[in-house]
Design a protein around this ligand. Structure first.
Ligand code: LLP
Length: 421
């Protein structure tokens, strides 16, 4: 459920007309709803009421400071994968004690900052990494609390580019080596083993892969305990999908049942890293129709948003519902069109043959479910400025990231002196 609805013949974000934001801030623009963010975070965390659970929002899904602060106020922790994300989480007021650090390529400088501020846990993904972490922590006189991310070799049945739990993927330590790797890490200075971590992929719409992975984690926890490790935490990652195309994925409550059935009685702290589920449907991307063009074979609706602003369709064949900001008249007949951006690539196509109400230049459209992996993945390809972001709260809104001036983009480059003369 979200708070983007038609009212008085036009699309509203909570109590603000989307067309008003589009006119005042310009397009393309991401618009987020506070009430939806809050609702999604609360629904997820309440599903674990009574369990010892820490919900660490996956910052990679949406790292805007205002979004993070909205979640921080509800008690969210953070799952970060870079120094930049760690700094963002801290700047938004998320306490270090609720931050976990994931990722296969953590550098010593990133470990240093994380140790300095005292994060909750490093999710270590390889043997070389745990050795570097041991060196860095020992040098600093600190102890890193760690979980190894284990690769359970489970098929997440999602898009290949966002599936992470198969043996062939780069993530985690191999399942069959886990016991040995834990045993060796336990001897390292500066390392304190706390838990087991798993994350099998994103946009999962089926609970079975979760159940399989979590059951394997339970067995591993029992084995590691029998080998003398004091395992007190289990991090089950993120990955629960959201409805993009009308198919309704399992609810957070059903997901919680699967997790609790499997892991609930181990007496561990349970850590979750949801990203998309919290922010996905809390955001839309609003764009203006620039031209409607009749090609030889197809009709094209050409927008001022492009693949650099929302890359999911080009990168993962991602489906986003596209609504007109003016509410369509129920009697109007839909017309199939390719919805495209202005970037000079055929891949800059948001939808092919999509049935839409008739639109004309100057109309606004909204891509639904664009709050996760939208703005964070934007680029300046074709020297297009990064897309701005707006946060709505009830009947008011704020620009939470302004559209950069084009001059600022040009100023990032420098001309070497041999070209000056
Ligand atoms: N934890 C780890 C270690 C992750 O790698 C991810 C996502 C998450 C948590 C959060 O997963 P979520 O709950 O959001 O599914 N750009 C792609 C998605 C990439 C996901 C990467 N990892 C997309 O737009 O579909």
């Amino acid at each position: 459920m979200d708070h983007f609805n038609y009212r008085n013949g036009e699309l509203y974000a909570e109590d603000v007309p989307v067309a008003k934001i589009a006119a005042e801030v310009g397009t393309p623009v991401y618009v987020y709803s506070t009430a939806t963010l809050e609702r999604h975070f609360n629904v997820f965390s309440q599903a674990f009421d009574g369990a010892n659970a820490l919900v660490c929002f996956a910052v990679k899904a949406n790292s805007n400071l205002a979004v993070l602060k909205t979640l921080a106020r509800l008690g969210a922790g953070a799952d970060v994968v870079s120094e930049g994300e760690l700094r963002r989480a801290l700047a938004a007021g998320i306490p270090a004690s609720k931050i976990v650090f994931s990722g296969v390529g953590k550098k010593p400088s990133e470990m240093e900052l994380a140790l300095e501020v005292g994060i909750h846990q490093f999710n270590v993904e390889s043997e070389p990494e745990v050795h570097v972490l041991s060196d860095v922590a020992s040098r600093m006189g600190k102890t890193a609390q760690i979980a190894f991310r284990v690769n359970p070799d489970v098929d997440a049945k999602t898009h290949a580019k966002i599936s992470t739990g198969k043996a062939e993927n780069k993530f985690g330590v191999p399942w069959q080596d886990a016991s040995r790797i834990y045993g060796e890490a336990a001897k390292l200075p500066g390392i304190e083993i706390k838990g087991v971590d798993v994350h099998i992929g994103s946009q999962l719409t089926d609970l079975e892969p979760f159940a399989n992975a979590f059951d394997r984690v339970r067995e591993l926890v029992q084995q590691l305990r029998s080998e003398g490790h004091d395992i007190t935490r289990v991090d089950l990652g993120g990955g629960l999908g959201i409805p993009y195309d009308g198919n309704i994925p399992p609810s957070p409550v059903s997901y919680a049942n699967v997790a609790l059935n499997s892991i609930g009685n181990l007496g561990c702290q349970l850590i979750f890293e949801p990203g998309r589920l919290i922010v996905g449907n809390a955001g839309i991307l609003v764009s203006e129709v620039v031209y409607v063009k009749q090609g030889a074979e197809r009709k094209f609706v050409i927008l001022d948003a492009a693949m650099n602003d929302l890359v999911r369709p080009a990168m993962y064949d991602g489906y986003h519902q596209i609504d007109t900001v003016r509410e369509p008249d129920g009697s109007v007949s839909l017309e199939a069109a390719d919805v495209v951006g202005p970037v000079c690539e055929t891949g800059d196509t948001f939808a092919r043959g999509r049935d839409l109400p008739p639109v004309a230049a100057g109309d606004f459209v909204a891509f639904r479910s664009a709050g996760a992996y939208g703005a964070v993945m934007a680029s300046t390809y074709n020297t297009r400025p990064l897309v701005p972001e707006v946060l709505v709260n009830g009947d008011h809104y704020a620009v939470i990231r302004a559209r950069p001036e084009l001059d600022a983009l040009l100023e990032l480059d420098t001309i070497p002196d041999w070209l000056e003369s």
